[in-house]
Design a protein around this ligand. Structure first.
Ligand SMILES: Cc1ncc(C[n+]2csc(CCOP(=O)(O)OP(=O)(O)O)c2C)c(N)n1
Ligand SMILES: [Mg+2]
Length: 273
């Protein structure tokens, strides 16, 4: 039987993670704000409820695997890993500084980082590799991979979508942070993805569609994905770029721009109420 998620607790963690993301970015003076904030609940639901991992043994062989394919959103992942005690929270303020383990895009070597990403389009292929290896090893591990909606412009994603379906990789769970924006504007205007659900279905994936900021829906989707056999599952999570701070939401100029000190103070006031 699966345990029940404590939604209030997860919501509190998500708020703390948002504060940490904004502090890190403001301190670095650069980085990707919008796409970090849009996937906070997707990460919190995964790490604090579903993912089997052990910060004291980050390379434990039977662990579940998480790949952040949209690597530019790594401030969110770093904040989550620090809250999980993969490394000390004090290290968060080294984001993007010379010599840091917290590079502007994730690099293996930092505990909890399973793949060096940042060049978009590659993560699902890496996830498939882990999933196939787990099958050969008769290991029950599950493999999760977050992609961006703009990232789906990459042809390699669709090759990996075919591969996972061909090998019936039911231990793979793709998650799309569908925040409707990419680097240069609205995804709909730059390269329309719709009908997205039908595309994944046509490629023989099980498709779950959720509000990606509702932790009840997020955790329920992770539970449901585990029950789907014989094919991979994708969760299309509808999200808001810059979620949680009024003046950042849907403002794509913050795609790759950090908040100023003044904006940080305003944002924290808003988040902490
Ligand atoms: C191969 C590759 N091409 C271009 C980029 C530059 N780039 C960084 S973020 C981004 C937009 C991605 O959009 P999306 O996946 O929707 O990310 P989000 O909205 O979550 O920030 C682009 C094109 C890159 N990192 N990798
Ligand atoms: Mg996007």
């Amino acid at each position: 039987m699966t345990k029940k998620p404590d939604i209030k607790d997860l919501e509190r963690i998500a708020r703390d993670i948002r504060v940490d993301i904004l502090k890190m970015l403001a301190c670095a003076g650069s980085g990707h704000t919008g796409g970090s904030l849009s996937m906070v609940e997707l990460l919190v639901g995964l790490y604090f409820y579903k993912l089997r991992c052990d910060p004291d043994r980050p390379l434990c062989e039977t662990r579940d695997i998480f790949i952040l394919s949209k690597g530019h959103g790594c401030p969110a992942l770093y904040a989550v890993l620090a809250h999980m005690n993969f490394f000390k929270k004090e290290e968060l303020c080294t984001l993007r500084k010379a010599g840091t383990r917290l590079q502007g895009h994730p690099q293996k070597g930092l505990p909890g980082i399973e793949a060096s990403t940042g060049s978009l389009g590659q993560g699902l292929s890496v996830a498939n590799g882990h999933a196939l290896a787990a099958r050969l090893d008769k290991d029950k591990k599950r493999v999760y991979c977050i992609m961006g909606d703009g990232e789906l412009d990459e042809g390699q994603i669709w090759e990996a979508v075919l591969t996972a379906a061909h090998y019936k990789l039911d231990n793979v769970c793709g998650i799309i942070d569908n925040n409707k924006f990419q680097i240069d504007g609205r995804t709909e205007e730059i390269k329309n993805l719709e009908p997205l659900k039908e595309k994944w279905k046509a490629f023989n994936w099980e498709v779950l569609e959720i509000d990606g900021h509702d932790l009840k829906e997020v955790t329920a989707a992770y539970d449901k994905a585990e029950t789907i056999k014989g094919k991979p599952t994708v969760i299309i999570a509808h999200t808001v770029k810059g979620k949680g701070v009024s003046f950042l939401e849907n403002q794509n100029k913050y795609h790759g721009v950090a908040p100023t000190q003044e904006e940080l103070e305003r944002a924290i006031k808003e988040l902490k109420g």
